[in-house]
Design a protein. Structure first.
Length: 312
């Protein structure tokens, strides 16, 4: 089979992936994508537009090398995804929660200016709390939420969730989306890890952030637009919530590594951690993913059932 790969994140494992599917022809990051798709059996990449579909008459599978399929716009071809990022993202979430709840970004910035920002030297500053006092609300409780909860249990945290299925094991409680107000009122941490759909777009706005409260911390590792941009900026600026860690954004580079991630100037705030969608980017993540990709290429060639087929 002829496999066109457009996901540059797979390049560090190119030799390993090619060794897993020695009988397939792998075309890496073609300069003329539409021409390459004319004879492609499989596309491995994050995006599939109608223009790409029209150029690929013999395409049999779109394999996304990650979980998100929100950039797959064309239909008519089976679409599969893969995961293996949950442990990496769980580490990021726990790191962010510790940093934000202990106000480490502010302490770091202050000491760079020779100010010792600590309750020891400034009695007006509140003493921070450990994760054992965290009441974590998960918006979405799939692979990422479950992996994060496994780690947080070691710290003695409590957790509850709003999930598509409306139930989850091991939590204080879990409900469907109608329970979101309760989730926010009973949590001092909100982890946003739900898929971006028309139902979830903008689901967290000013009213929801107000319910999270002045000690509240938000971590978004899902997609930026689940949280309303201006409402989040205002909540951080006005200290409606304590802080946020944002790994997903509202705009992305169209080429190269330069782009303003949002219209609001989040980078000017001292109570927000900003990272360029890297929480799941580890060697372990992509090693797991190439094995899923190879398994699906083999299954397709042999006429067997595919893994992780997504219903769009």
């Amino acid at each position: 089979m002829r496999v066109v790969i457009t996901d540059a994140n797979l390049l560090p494992l190119r030799t390993e992936l090619e060794g897993l599917v020695p009988h397939d022809e792998l075309v890496w990051l073609p300069d003329e994508l539409l021409d390459a798709l004319k004879t492609a059996d499989v596309l491995v990449g994050p995006e599939f537009t109608q223009e790409m579909a029209d150029a690929a008459p013999r395409l049999r599978l779109v394999q996304v090398a990650g979980a998100g399929t929100d950039r797959v716009q064309a239909t008519g071809v089976p679409v599969a995804n893969t995961y293996h990022h949950e442990d990496s993202i769980a580490e990021y979430i726990v790191w962010a929660l510790i940093a934000l709840r202990r106000e480490l970004p502010q302490a770091d910035a202050a000491l760079r200016r020779n100010r010792w920002r600590s309750p020891v030297y400034d009695a007006a500053l509140p003493q921070p709390q450990t994760l054992s006092s965290a009441k974590v609300g998960f918006l979405g409780f799939g692979h990422i939420g479950q992996a994060t909860w496994r780690v947080l249990q070691a710290f003695g945290a409590q957790a509850q969730a709003v999930a598509a299925r409306g139930k989850a094991d091991g939590l204080s409680w879990a409900g469907d989306i109608t329970q979101l107000p309760r989730l926010l009122e009973e949590s001092n941490v909100l982890v946003v890890c739900a898929p971006l759909t028309e139902a979830t777009r903008g689901i967290i706005g000013a009213a929801e952030l107000s319910k999270l409260g002045a000690d509240g911390v938000l971590v978004n590792v899902a997609r930026g637009p689940l949280v309303q941009e201006q409402a989040l900026y205002d909540a951080l600026l006005n200290h409606t919530i304590r802080g946020a860690a944002l790994d997903v954004w509202y705009t992305y580079p169209s080429g190269g590594d330069q782009a303003q991630p949002a219209e609001a100037p989040f980078g000017e705030l001292d109570n927000v951690l900003v990272t360029p969608h890297l929480s799941g980017i580890t060697r372990q993540t992509y090693r797991g993913r190439i094995h899923d990709i190879a398994a699906n290429l083999t299954a397709l060639a042999e006429g067997n059932e595919l893994r992780n087929v997504v219903q769009l």
